[in-house]
Write a protein that binds this ligand. Sequence first.
Ligand code: AMP
Ligand code: MG
Length: 469
Amino acid sequence: MQTIPFDNTYARDLEGMYLPFQGAVAPDPALVWLNDALAGDLGLDPDMLRSRAGLAMLTGGAMPQGASPLAMAYAGHQFGGFSPQLGDGRAMLVGEVIDRTGQRRDIHLKGSGRTPFSRGGDGKAVLGPVLREVLIGEAMHALGIPTTRALAAATTGETVWRETPQQGAVLTRVAASHLRVGTFQFFYARQETARLRRLADYAIARHDPDLSGAPDRYLQFLHRVIARQMALVAQWMAVGFVHGVMNTDNMTISGETIDYGPCAFIDAHDPAAVYSSIDQQGRYAYGNQPLLARWNLARLAETLLPLIAETPQDALPEVQRLIEGAETLYLRERRARFSAKLGLADAPDALIDGFLDMLTAQGADFTNSFRALSPGDDAPLRALIGTDPRLDGWLARWRGMNPGDGQAANPVYIPRNHQVDAALTAAADGDLAPFHRLLAALRDPFSRRPGFDDLETPGTTHIVTYCGT
Ligand code: AMP
Ligand code: MG
């Protein structure tokens, strides 16, 4: 096999913070989907990835030269409760490559077998949820939202039991890194301050290299992560994305969205929207995401206290100031995103909220309502929320601000739950056509195209989503 120019800093620089690991050998590996465009960006030859040796790598059974396969240690707050040891229980880092733009990217597998972090789990993943990660990751990328992406989906030839027998599968995931809030929590909880410092310096070198060596780098680093995450969550909100499992182990340091398990996009606008079967209290409801992201960032801040000053008391005031400032950062990002959706440079919050309130009251589709907004023609919007008594007043105020065309910020196609579900059900039965069709629409979400009319239709029933990838 042609060699891959790996450059594995995680393995090299963070010894003692992961476990070397070999994946399980898949009995009958088969490629289901390959992201040729992403392979190209990474400088990887798609034909090599399609070869027997390539497929062995993409399912975890045999690693090419230069890989340094490992399972990462991390902890995490899951639904508010702290788990001191999670880690890659069914995932592994294959290695890192430098992409065509000079960015370092992790190549990572999910579903590649049991690791020392597996606890009671089987270490496996199944086809439907793996293809779900493909669809949502590509959709997010096309929407311009920072995200991990799928390089490949492959079946293993193994039957994996969930509620029913399923086809075992492995997702190859590409990420700016797999550093999580939970990675910091792992070493903080164990009071391993030297390792914590090594981890933070590593993260800084990787994501904020301009801070390397600065005396106040840990504080500044915290500020950067907060800014990235607040910008990210504002982008989620602007497309109606509900992550569903915003545990601290699923929040990255890079600011990329990670872990498309029970996520969903809202149809009707509803701040209380919850899809995940396990989110009984609505902790991670659509409208709660900014708050919960800040909660997670406060957990990251705690871990950095020992690095920021001699005593936590000395570090606390500055850190608190940053955490309190997160809300302002979020509101600024939100205003920017929603202003663009209204075709305005800087919309007042009251105008944004006024529009959203009408959508909520009318049970109107979030995506289609924004798309229906047009400075020259009321009719499409009236067809959706025309019965709202506030509409005329709102339109007059909006028009008074001279709005432009907001279509570049308002997608036509989003991965609607019922369509994702239908595509994955067909894929499990061996029919990949609906998956490919949906993917084609999602990869170019802002331009309406013939033949995809049905993909604009909101779901009529509430679909529950599951974590069990
Ligand atoms: P997630 O909900 O996917 O973010 O996973 C949370 C934690 O559970 C991580 O440590 C995973 O590695 C672990 N995990 C989830 N599913 C499995 C599985 N089937 N086998 C082993 N570990 C798992
Ligand atoms: Mg996770």
